[in-house]
Unconditional design. Structure first.
Length: 189
């Protein structure tokens, strides 16, 4: 599927976003033809990690979250990593940015611990999703239904569990981003 002409935002947290959960989706949407913007909490470079602790790659932040608008993008990717996801959900600007994607019915892909940000944005209630297993209770407490599957799609929201699920996750986000807006997502946000 082609994402030619689509603009996709991908979030990154300094010293905390899980390397493959950032790099593989970034590569997948770019190879499908999308223009990808890396949005970070801080300007400059952000360092990813492997297994939450080990330094991995360094990526240029294209723009900071301050002033970023969901109106400028067709889709959003929220990578995981326990530390990175925790940093992202602590940012009021990130939470508002995520909420705006749902309000506009735009597709969102989230993996691993990334659903913590969805919980903070209050967009989980009534949805079915998956995540890293330890996030299950958080999702259920926020009113969502958790399932143990490699990829789950619910009204334009694509979720996956771990780096092992990345092939299925990347294929599904490209598909959902190509489909575009999901009006039913906006109604349930």
């Amino acid at each position: 599927m082609s994402l030619q002409g689509k603009k996709i935002a991908i979030l990154i947290a300094p010293r905390g976003t899980e390397e493959p959960e950032f790099a593989k989706p970034h590569e997948a949407v770019k190879q499908a033809g999308a223009t990808v913007t890396v949005i970070g909490l801080e300007a400059g470079e952000a360092e990813t990690v492997n297994n939450d602790l080990d330094p991995a790659g360094r990526y240029q932040v294209d723009r900071t979250i301050e002033g970023a608008s969901a109106a400028d993008y067709d889709g959003l990717v929220i990578p995981g990593g326990c530390v990175g996801a925790d940093k992202l959900r602590a940012s009021k600007d990130v939470v508002a940015f995520v909420r705006d994607f749902f309000a506009a019915g735009k597709p969102v892909g989230v993996i691993c611990h990334g659903p913590w940000t969805l919980i903070e944005a209050d967009v989980v209630k009534g949805r079915t999703l998956t995540s890293y297993p330890t996030v299950r209770r958080d999702i259920e407490n926020a009113g969502g239904t958790w399932v143990d599957e490699e990829v789950v799609c619910d009204k334009g929201l694509v979720t996956s569990r771990t780096p092992e699920d990345l092939p299925a996750f990347c294929a599904k986000i490209v598909e959902e981003f190509a489909e575009g807006r999901h009006p039913e997502q906006a109604r349930s946000a």
